[in-house]
Design a protein around this ligand. Structure first.
Ligand SMILES: [Zn+2]
Length: 378
């Protein structure tokens, strides 16, 4: 199914997809975007956590699980000698990382990893996405690979390599390669194949202005260093004029030499201790969540004493964007527990109290049917 769709994306001009729409149940055309245009200005006001006032009121949380901010850890250029170390860190902290791999190098030497190793990485829950086929070396003398004629092929064939070699896996995001040929990168071409792409400007992504096709990313994790990319900006509005507050910290690594591992481990530990505030998500997940959230519409249908119903929709392509958004719902005061369904199927929901009032955090996918919350005692 997905393969068919991918073929269509390749065959048609992007604009066709950018304007595609489907009719929803109410006869209203819904957009099916593959990515949002760069934000000229703020898309919304960044505030502290929101607490809806009246029972039945609902709000789409800025980040998953109503965390204050988001963090994605990405690793470029295959770095197979580091795989075991990163796998250990993933197990230790309960996190998953995004590997942006150079697909044409797989199986060509110890540094690049074999497809078996990349399949194992996926099996462990880590993500494997595109860092192109040749790292933009397709024009270099003696490095040409017959298939790769231009940047379009460089991007498109990397998707094919990943999807053919990793079972049931979608390649939907890219990290633009840096280095000597980086001028060959092309945002418009990337837009044909990817829902998000990682750039390398070393800033924190402001939550309200993420440029999904050229995100910022900090090299390594900065704790106590340069003010513009300091990790704590995410958590404290008083730092760096609040510009990083509640933002998305995307970080990228290359090889991590053994003598740097302890220092990096201490930084991971520092973040772990603050994980109640930080959503550690895959690059792909944050790119989905962000674009779904930025275009989300939440419509409360009904709220009675025993039942709350709402519809959640967005402007993103439903075949590509299927990550649950966290919706915070103010519950009636007398609800002690809560259960939730979407289109009749149970979905994850948790309950919390704030200033003496009960709230639910429910995980719902936009455009996947009506969400119903009921008093769990029923
Ligand atoms: Zn690279």
């Amino acid at each position: 199914m997905h393969k068919t769709k991918r073929m269509l994306i390749i065959a048609l001009p992007t604009v066709v997809w950018a304007c595609a729409a489907v009719a929803d149940g109410a006869g209203e055309d819904r957009k099916q975007l593959h990515h949002l245009p760069a934000a000229e200005t703020s898309r919304f006001e960044v505030t502290d956590r929101v607490w809806p006032e009246q029972p039945g009121d609902a709000h789409v949380c800025l980040w998953k699980d109503d965390k204050l901010c988001a963090l994605s850890i990405t690793i470029d250029d295959n770095c197979a000698p580091d795989h075991q170390w990163w796998i250990e860190q993933g197990k230790k902290y309960g996190w998953h990382f995004t590997w942006f791999m150079i697909t044409g190098r797989a199986g060509t030497g110890a540094y690049w990893g074999t497809w078996d190793e990349w399949r194992e990485m996926r099996r462990l829950g880590h993500d494997v996405q595109s860092h192109t086929v040749t790292h933009l070396h397709f024009k270099d003398e003696g490095r040409a690979e017959d298939e790769i004629k231009d940047i379009d092929a460089e991007y498109a064939i990397s998707v094919r390599h990943i999807e053919e070699n990793l079972n049931d896996h979608r390649c939907v995001v890219l990290a633009y390669p840096g280095g000597k040929n980086s001028q060959l990168n092309d945002r418009d071409v990337a837009a044909k194949y990817f829902i998000g792409a990682r750039g390398t400007v070393g800033h924190i992504n402001r939550a309200d202005q993420i440029d999904y096709l050229n995100t910022s990313s900090v090299g390594g994790i900065n704790i106590g260093g340069a003010p513009w990319s300091e990790f704590n900006n995410l958590l404290d509005p008083a730092l760096y004029r609040g510009r990083g507050y509640r933002g998305w910290y995307c970080t990228h690594f290359h090889g991590v030499k053994e003598d740097r591992r302890q220092e990096l481990g201490e930084k991971l530990e520092y973040i772990k201790q603050r994980e109640d505030q930080v959503w550690v998500g895959l690059f792909r997940e944050v790119v989905m969540y962000g674009q779904q959230r930025d275009t989300a519409r939440l419509k409360t249908l009904d709220s009675k004493s025993q039942e709350i119903r709402f519809n959640l929709s967005d402007d993103m392509d439903d075949t590509l964007f299927d990550f649950p958004l966290t919706v915070k719902v103010r519950l009636p005061d007398n609800w002690k527990t809560v259960r939730a369904t979407q289109a009749g199927t149970p979905v994850e929901v948790s309950q919390l109290e704030h200033d003496g009032s009960p709230f639910a955090l429910v995980q719902a996918v936009p455009d996947k049917g009506e969400v119903v919350l009921i008093d769990g005692r029923q």
